[in-house]
Write a protein that binds this ligand. Structure first.
Ligand code: 9UX
Length: 69
């Protein structure tokens, strides 16, 4: 089942950081779409994927993520 999840991302200090995080989320299996907002340091991700997998994907490219509940 596809769901929408929101994450708070820390460590992004320029637009290239945003692109890196967005691409990391987009290539995570099960993700249908990912949008990362630099201004609010948040990501919205849709797809059939667990919160933990999304957090690991963000951490693997050097940033931190926590769920927004
Ligand atoms: Mo920009 Mo982000 O020069 O780690 S890519 S700071």
């Amino acid at each position: 089942r596809a769901t929408a999840r929101r994450l708070s991302i820390s460590g992004m200090t320029c637009a290239s950081c945003v692109k890196s995080v967005q691409q990391a989320l987009e290539r995570t299996p099960g993700v249908v779409s990912a949008e990362v907002n630099f201004g609010t340091h948040t990501a919205q991700v849709r797809g059939s994927v667990s919160e933990d997998e999304l957090i690991r994907a963000v951490e693997a490219v050097g940033y931190e993520a926590e769920p927004i509940l």
